[in-house]
Design a binder for this molecule. Structure first.
Ligand SMILES: *[C@@H]1O[C@H](CO)[C@@H](O)[C@H](O)[C@H]1NC(C)=O
Ligand SMILES: *[C@@H]1O[C@H](CO)[C@@H](O)[C@H](O)[C@H]1NC(C)=O
Ligand SMILES: *[C@@H]1O[C@H](CO)[C@@H](O)[C@H](O)[C@H]1NC(C)=O
Ligand SMILES: *[C@@H]1O[C@H](CO)[C@@H](O)[C@H](O)[C@H]1NC(C)=O
Length: 319
């Protein structure tokens, strides 16, 4: 027997959470489970090449996070990705293991490409076909679909067995539970847009919108059963663990506000319950409001001027 070897691992976490909105601050934290001090930390992004092999690419500004904390003051869309870290000690010289992978997802307010999912929902039954399409304004073919799953890690649709990529569309002919993960559009130059959670489940699923709901809009949720026609179930709907509506085939929330954001699921007494899905609510931006006011402005001014002129003309005619 050899002497026992103490294994020191580095653990990567992300704060406040791994889903952030463009512009939010986010911090990656690398920790070592050792009492000794004087560690320096290195930061890597996980990449895949066309032959499906994975690489750790040292971040160009890795030294910024040498103290174990890598801070991004304003997340950009292409900070989305899968990261690992590792610590190194000079004296006595020692490298820790590479940390487990940690994804970071940055969602944008108006990305230049949309991810169209068909059927259009985030939860899907097993054994059906699913297609994911990246559509930009010029209908270009430059987008590929990538995914990150617990089971398989980082994968590219165009060089894989799970799906087939034609142009900017990825098709999975028969999905299985381990296809559950995050899917997004990526260009050859590495721009990443539109991460979307996809959940594959048996029997009962929640039908909810793929994209964030805008404040003031109507949100419709349904509970679907794999083996009944029509698939709609009369079910109970829950938000963040508490019952919000009883025995209904369709849950409709009109005039959605920020307070409706949360994890939703549905439950049928015999058929079972669906997985949870996060529903996010997008505020109406000040800029948007401002631009609509500005758009209306010329009409207002013209109307006021016309009324004014009209009154003066009447005055003149009366005189
Ligand atoms: C660090 O973690 C490894 C693996 O989890 C464990 O075997 C080891 O005992 C830990 N070391 C310390 C100092 O906590
Ligand atoms: C991220 O996007 C910026 C422009 O938005 C671009 O200049 C930069 O090269 C991108 N970085 C990567 C790694 O794709
Ligand atoms: C659920 O249904 C029962 C009777 O069917 C009713 O008494 C109760 O108020 C309902 N609860 C909610 C939250 O709708
Ligand atoms: C995706 O799913 C994870 C885990 O369920 C959740 O924390 C996250 O908020 C979801 N993000 C979106 C945009 O739905």
């Amino acid at each position: 027997n050899s002497d026992a070897l103490r294994l020191t691992v580095s653990v990567l976490s992300v704060s406040p959470q791994k889903w952030v909105t463009e512009g939010d601050p986010v911090t990656l934290i690398c920790e070592v489970n050792s009492s000794s001090k004087d560690w320096t930390f290195s930061w890597y992004a996980v990449t895949i090449s066309s032959d499906c092999s994975h690489h750790y690419k040292l971040l160009s500004d890795s030294s910024r996070g040498a103290g174990g904390i890598y801070t991004v003051s304003s997340a950009a869309l292409n900070h989305s990705g899968v990261y690992v870290c590792r610590a190194e000690r000079r004296k006595p010289s020692y490298y820790t293991t590479i940390s487990k992978t940690q994804p970071l997802w940055v969602t944008g307010c108006s990305p230049p490409v949309s991810l169209i999912i068909s059927p259009s929902r985030t939860q899907h039954f097993t054994s059906v076909s699913l297609s994911l399409s990246c559509e930009d304004q010029s209908n270009s073919d430059r987008w590929r679909v990538r995914r990150y799953t617990e089971s398989w890690g980082l994968q590219d649709c165009s060089s894989s067995l799970w799906g087939s990529q034609t142009g900017s569309t990825c098709t999975i002919s028969s999905i299985i539970a381990s296809d559950t993960g995050v899917y997004w559009c990526q260009s050859e130059s590495g721009e990443k847009y539109h991460p979307v959670n996809i959940t594959v489940h048996f029997f009962v699923i929640l039908e909810s919108p793929v994209h964030p709901v805008t404040e003031g809009d109507t949100l419709t949720l349904r509970c679907l059963n794999q083996h009944s026609t029509p698939p709609n179930l009369r079910a109970d709907f829950y938000k963040d663990g508490s019952l919000i509506q009883n025995q209904t085939t369709e849950m409709i929330i009109s005039n959605v506000s920020k307070s409706h954001e949360g994890f939703y699921y549905c439950k049928h007494p015999e058929r079972g319950e669906s997985p949870k899905s996060w529903i996010s609510v997008r505020g109406i931006s000040v800029l948007h409001t401002l631009s609509s006011v500005l758009a209306v402005c010329p009409y207002l001014i013209v109307t006021v001027v016309l009324i004014f002129k009209c009154c003066r003309m009447r005055g003149t005619t009366a005189n």
